[in-house]
Each structure stands twice: as structure tokens, then as C-alpha cells.
Design a protein around this ligand. Structure first.
Ligand code: FAD
Length: 385
């Protein structure tokens, strides 16, 4: 096992000269880029939501990565940097993920032309070859991966909502039935689009190991002002249709390891860890699993009855509810990172899921305790999605 955030690789290679690496003009340049692209290709503009701020930032960060990692050497040689398998697989994943937006091979030429126009405007005295060769290499990887994926799976799945349980004022547990078989590994997440917000995709973890009937359960928290989460929690009912994008993420159940397991979940971060616990218990092995589920208050422990039923069915599973802002009978008081420091981590596979800050802090604690990276699994958000 390895520790591997699912997001973009974090350490760029040697920085090459490019306006894509000049933060000062990035937002203006990206606004110009999209205006140029949409004017030239109205079909592409239909793929994007009306609010483009996040998209501009994401695209800019991806361009920086591509320019820094794939550009030809600045000394004038055109040997290019050494192949980086991690970055290559990131770009392949990005190519596959873009299928759900409707991106096709021919669109990459339009992106390139709009980038060319943007570079001419914002960096007119700079040689173009570095970013252009980097872009071409990235596009080649993304197109190849998307084409291979298209031979195996649809770009998105239509799914019917078959269950909607309001567990707390802000959290709902939804069950959806994809109309075509949907493959995923326990611990992975998928993208969801609702009819209310066309073209907006958000990621949610699947909360169950694969079932014979193909249904998927999602745990969704409505965030204040959140478009998709609020729709799923407050304006969705059985019979509604949603779209699903392919499963992604590297924090998957290591059913072959044989070691005992520690799962540390905060909030709806429980979802992927419940899927992992189900997969491991369902594999027939009696591996000890200790699952902490943390929330601020007892009333926010939205899945405790279901977890207790799992505990009864599988006596080698122990569920430890945790509350951080109140003391309640039958729960431990504290935060997940603080309790992680006291949990038995010896020789366990450890899975961590929850808000970004909780994951980062918990991982830091576990690393300090000496848990090797190879036994630590978590997903952090990235540009794919
Ligand atoms: C790998 C991955 C897995 C995820 N799994 C789940 C899951 O299983 N269940 C789940 O409920 N969510 C999950 N999320 C979060 C989810 O993808 C959305 O980001 C979240 O539902 C908000 O989307 P929205 O459209 O409602 O909000 P947006 O319209 O995107 O955002 C509206 C406002 O809310 C803020 N905001 C966005 N997200 C959060 C947040 N999480 N907390 C506080 N403020 C926020 C934004 O900064 C913005 O100001 C996951 C995210 C990732 C990256």
C-alpha cells in the first residue's frame, strides 16, 4: 500500500519560463482564454457552468503543472524531461474524467488555439515552443486515455434516486440505481450532476461495497450556499434522475493485506470507510477493524444505528463514536486527530477520510507515531473531478 492523494501531483519539476507560471496575470489571462475559446467554439461553452471562477483557477493550476513538468529543457535542447509515471497517470485520469464534460479529441485543437492567442496577448516576446510541446504531450496522453476508456465504459451514467433519508437537518443518505452497470472499488468516489445544476459536477464517495442489485449509497452534507449538496439533501426525492461520472480515487480497500485495520472518519468522510469496512468484512476474513466516526455532537452521528447493526453482524468490527463539542454517553470525547494519537496503530492498515484539514492533521499525527506511508491511505481533493 502507499499513501497517495488522488489530486494533482504536488511537487512541480524545474520551472520553465512561461506566462502560465506568472500568477500576477493568471486570472485575467484565463478569463481572456475562455472568452476566446467560447467565441470560437460555442459547442465548448455549452460544456461549462455559468460561474467560471473555480474552473479558471483549476485550469490555470493544471497548465502550470503541465508547463513545469512536460516542457522541453530551457537550455534549447528538445529532449524533454524524463518520463514521470505519476504525472502521466494523473493526466490519463484527467483525460478520462473529461469525458463526462463531453470533451472530444477535436476540442484539444480549439484549446490549443485559444492558448496560443492568450500567450500572444500576455507573453508576446516569449518563445512559444516550451508550453506548446508540453501541451501537445499532455493532450496526447489525455486523448489516448479517454479513447481507451470510451471503448470500455460510457462517459456518464444515468441513475434513478431510489432512496432518500434525511438523517439530520443537513445530512441525507441517498440510494441511487444506475441504469447501466457501474464499476467501482470500495473507497472510491464518483461525480454527481443534478438536473437543477446542469454541467456542475461534484464528488461524493460511495458508502457501500458493490451490491448484487448495483445500487449505490451516498452520504451527503448540505454545505451553506452549496449548490449541488443543497439540492441533493433538500430538493431530491425517490424517482428523481441524477447523472454519475466514473469512479475515481486511490484510497481503496486492501482486502489482501491480512493486517488489522484502523478507520478514522470525520463527518460524511464515513462514507468511503464504511464501504471499505463492508468490503473487508464481506471478504470472509476475520480481520479486526476499529472504526472511529467523529462529529461535533451526538445528533450529527447520522449513521450510528446502521454501524451498530454492522457491529452485531461482524463481531470483529468495533465502532467508536466520537464527539468533539459535547460529551455524550456511549461516545468518546475529542477530535479524530487527537484520538488517533492514542488509538492502537501497531501493524494496522490505517484509512483516513473527512474534511481536508482533519485528514492533513490526522496523517501528520500518524506519521509522527511512526506509521509508515505504505500502511496509510487517504484521498485529498485534486483537480480531477
Ligand atoms: C474526493 C472527494 C470526495 C467527497 N465526498 C463527499 C461525500 O461523500 N459527501 C459529501 O457531502 N461531500 C463530499 N465531498 C464534497 C463535495 O464534492 C462538494 O464539494 C460539496 O458537496 C459542496 O458542493 P456544493 O456544490 O454544494 O458547493 P459549492 O457550490 O461548490 O460551494 C458553495 C460554497 O460552499 C463552500 N464549500 C464547498 N464545499 C464545502 C465543504 N465541504 N465544507 C464547507 N464549505 C464548503 C465553497 O467554498 C463555497 O463557498 C467530497 C469531495 C471530494 C474532493
Amino acid at each position: 500500500m502507499t499513501s497517495h492523494p488522488s489530486g494533482s501531483p504536488q511537487t512541480p519539476g524545474p520551472v520553465t519560463s512561461s506566462f502560465f507560471l506568472n500568477n500576477a496575470v493568471s486570472d485575467v489571462a484565463m478569463t481572456y482564454f475562455y472568452a476566446h475559446l467560447f467565441a470560437a467554439e460555442p459547442e465548448i461553452s455549452a460544456m461549462f457552468p455559468a460561474a467560471m471562477h473555480v474552473q479558471r483557477q483549476r485550469f490555470y493550476r493544471v497548465l502550470c503543472q503541465i508547463t513545469a513538468r512536460l516542457a522541453d529543457c530551457p537550455d534549447g535542447t528538445d529532449a524533454g524531461p524524463p518520463e514521470d509515471p505519476e504525472f502521466t497517470s494523473y493526466l490519463a485520469e484527467l483525460g478520462r474524467a473529461h469525458r463526462k464534460f463531453g470533451v472530444r479529441k477535436e476540442h484539444y485543437a480549439s484549446f490549443r488555439a485559444a492558448l496560443r492567442a492568450t500567450a500572444d496577448k500576455f507573453a508576446p516576446r516569449r518563445p512559444a515552443d516550451q508550453w506548446e510541446s508540453a501541451f501537445d504531450r499532455a493532450a496526447e496522453i489525455m486523448i489516448g486515455a479517454a479513447q481507451e476508456d470510451a471503448a470500455r465504459a460510457p462517459a456518464w451514467w444515468t441513475a434513478e434516486v431510489t432512496g432518500h433519508e434525511q438523517r439530520t437537518p443537513q445530512v441525507a443518505v441517498l440510494t441511487v440505481q444506475p441504469q447501466e452497470p457501474f464499476a467501482y472499488l470500495p473507497g472510491q468516489h464518483l461525480s454527481v450532476q443534478t438536473p437543477r445544476w446542469p454541467r456542475l459536477w461534484r464528488r461524493y464517495s460511495v458508502a457501500n461495497a458493490p451490491r448484487a442489485d448495483g445500487t449505490l449509497t451516498l452520504h451527503v452534507r448540505a454545505v451553506a450556499g452549496g449548490l449541488v449538496s443543497t439540492t441533493l439533501v433538500h430538493h431530491t426525492a425517490p424517482g428523481d434522475i441524477v447523472l454519475l461520472g466514473r469512479a475515481e480515487g486511490t484510497m481503496t480497500a486492501g482486502t489482501e493485506s491480512g493486517r488489522p485495520v484502523l478507520c478514522l472518519a470525520g463527518g460524511t468522510g464515513l462514507a468511503p470507510l464504511k464501504a471499505i469496512a463492508e468490503a473487508i468484512t464481506g471478504s470472509g476474513e476475520r480481520r479486526e477493524i476499529v472504526l472511529y466516526h467523529g462529529a461535533r455532537s451526538e445528533s450529527e452521528l447520522y449513521d450510528l444505528p446502521a454501524l451498530r447493526r454492522m457491529e452485531l453482524e461482524f463481531p470483529w468490527l468495533e465502532v467508536i463514536p466520537v464527539t468533539s463539542q459535547e460529551r455524550a454517553a456511549g461516545t468518546r470525547h475529542g477530535t479524530i486527530p487527537a484520538l488517533a494519537a492514542r488509538a492502537g496503530v501497531q501493524d494496522r492498515d490505517v484509512y483516513v477520510s473527512g474534511p481536508d484539514a482533519m485528514i492533513a492533521r490526522t496523517v501528520q499525527v500518524l506519521r509522527t507515531l511512526g506509521v509508515p506511508a505504505a500502511r496509510l491511505r487517504y484521498d485529498l481533493p485534486g483537480e480531477i473531478g
